[in-house]
Design a binder for this molecule. Sequence first.
Ligand code: ZN
Length: 300
Amino acid sequence: MRDLEYYISQPKVDAHNHLNLGMHYEAFLAWSGEPIPDFPRRMSGLDEMHEVISRYTRPRCRTAEDVESLIRMSVRDAIADGVTVLEGSIDIGFMYHFGENMDNFLAMISSVVSDNAAKIDMRPELGFGKTFDKDKIHKWAPDLIRSGVFKSIDLYGPEIFEGIEDFKYLFELSEKLGLKKKAHVGEFSDADSVQRLVEFFDLQEIQHGIGAAQDPAVLAFLAKRKVRCNVCPQSNYMLSAVPTFEEHPVKAMLDAGVPVTIGTDDLLFFDHGCSLQIYNLVAKGVITEKDADTLLKTGV
Ligand SMILES: [Zn+2]
């Protein structure tokens, strides 16, 4: 069996990485100096995770320099994991840390991209939450999408459909300008919701999408449309979206012909890089080495 080093040595994509939470706890702690008790730990769901975010990580990120430090730490840990293509999500809310100055926000992102260009192909992704101030999204998002700095967009937040029509024009604009269209769905929600969101926004990629595995017809739909799912098995296990790591449905997705990559989601919380997750999937008998090769090849 191939060891962890083998997987680290292989070129790979991380297409599901929220860059403000994308570093190992070790790096975060060295920077913040403020320990998070009993951490990282398995949690009952997103509510518990958001409790930790609101108590410990969000209050620690106060300035533009803090945002930049967090992103740089995440890029560093991705490079250490052998990630060669990083589709890293940057939340639109960090515009506040830059005094709502778009030029400064974009200049910071571009400097991180160019400083690391010899080691990693970083493709910034504009992330926005369904519950974020809609006026600010309408004010900032179109120009951020037009800036040329972002290569993809990602919509996340509660897995509900109310109000999603308010975001449709941003997906249409992204389509026109050639940015990839992604959204979070099927982490806790079912197969139908996955298909519905893909059709509504004409998504090219889904963040998570494991709910699709409940219905072979939806897996076939994703395979036929070649909709890539950027799944995060350790995140799904740590947030109790799957009962055990061994029961993760990634194998069913691969066998149905759905394009799949392995992402970290939030390394700070889940502590497993792409390489370790792929290694563990093979070691625990969830997938074969041939499947691992397919995962590694997808997206690079
Ligand atoms: Zn995510």
